[in-house]
Design a protein around this ligand. Sequence first.
Ligand code: GN1
Ligand code: MG
Length: 542
Amino acid sequence: MAQFEEVSKKSELHPKPVGMVQQYGTAGFRTHADHLDHVMFRMGLLAALRSRNTKATIGVMVTASHNPEEDNGVKLIDPMGEMLTPVWEVYATRLVNAEQDHLLTVLEDVIEKESIDLTQEAHVFVGKDTRSSSARLSEAVLDGVTALRGHSKDYGLVTTPQLHYMVCCCNTRGEYGQASVEGYYRKLLQAFAELTKHVPNRTDDQKCLLVDGANGIGALKLREMVPRLQGELLVSLFCDGTSGKLNHQCGADFVKVQQKSPKGIDMKAGDRCCSFDGDGDRIVYYYSDAEGHFHLLDGDKIATLISTFLKELLTQAGLDLKMAVVQTAYANGSSTRYLQDTMKLIVKCTKTGVKHLHHVAQEFDIGVYFEANGHGTVLFSKVLEEKIRRLCKDSDGERRRVATLLKNSVDLINQTVGDAISDMLLIEAILAIRGMTVQQWDAIYTDLPNRQLKVKVSDRRVIETTDAERKTVSPAGLQEAIDGLVEKHRQGRSFVRPSGTEDVVRVYAEAETQESADALAHEVSLVVYRLAGGVGGEPKPL
Ligand SMILES: CC(=O)N[C@H]1[C@@H](OP(=O)(O)O)O[C@H](CO)[C@@H](O)[C@@H]1O
Ligand SMILES: [Mg+2]
């Protein structure tokens, strides 16, 4: 077939280094930018097939998120703006690892398995982050789409959630919004303005927010929005990419893992601050108190603030609906207890990785999901959205006011995926409406001190987990050893799992005091090292 000749010819321009193997992981393919040209071309091919398979527009985002600037990566976006479905992750891995002379065979195999009609039209949206390698790598994606005679639209520099939004807008024929960056701005800005317009007596101090843009795409996009916030939010943008390096000593991942403020932010005691990650899909908040202590408000605190706000509105609106908060094992034990025992909310725990949380959140009328690292959003069922819309029209007085707040919250939230800009505007609106300071928000519950460590082992796959990764089933004896150690620490909890993005085993521990959490994390690291084939020197105490 003529299309295959074209693929054959074009693929010679994007040759795969012989023997190189890569895996479609938690966040797509991700590695040093020098090893990705063939991956990008082939993901362009796969996106064109996926588009024909779903009869919808598919997205391809070139980014390595919070990784160093030298890395890059690629993720595919399915029709409703969600992550690529798992069966196709397997195809992606096979296609990327096929040696040059085997590429067509693998391609044909996917076409046959999914009964893809090549005469169908294919449409692919492509976006990229600000990495120096992203321009040439997104060209390779476009080459792949064209080789299979797909139509492509290059959105250029966009945040990951913006591209998810575009795909959803396009496939809902504009019902979700207009598929352009301008359409995205307009939808969010209008919802934010509506939410904040009746908030009385806010001082400039309360409106001030310091933002660390991780020297990435999130900073560029936020800068375009700031002048249009009509003074309802006074943003000071730091790490805006004009001089610093992407993610270097800044950004949401740095702040969460190091538990300290980013380099280059000029914060005074009490200032409300937040950090985006490198592709604008994560956010964490923080402030430092008068004694200079750093306070982090991570994904768990964000989930608590948002779910408390929405639950109150639902009650006031007289809507009795099923609402849940979805977390992973990394959620701080205090947050889980607060949500369950005080807020009386359903709390679910899933495996790490946003696609798992998203999936479970879809089962409820309102599903609030956040990873502790700040990646998350809220999903609303169609039934609920319809009820809210009707209530806005048919009710009056207080009930109408509350329904309108709900409607504008729905519009402000990017339901396709976690979105730093959208989450930030929602959090700012909630704090304004409730007249709450960052300190009051922080005081809703007190985090248990915790520690995350990494252990290097020769093959991390020897660790198998169950119960949403909270327990191990192999190697033999490991779980019993962890249980024995946890027992010795007041309010102790610990688990280990192989990372899906790095060649390490992650260890998490929390306990009543920081010393205790640190000691537990170290003790567990040692048993992992001993029972799961540790390499290099034994883990040292902190
Ligand atoms: C503890 C932690 O933060 N893990 C991160 C990290 O996954 P690992 O499988 O733990 O490497 O990267 C994922 C993709 O960005 C993110 O979804 C997840 O939350
Ligand atoms: Mg990210």
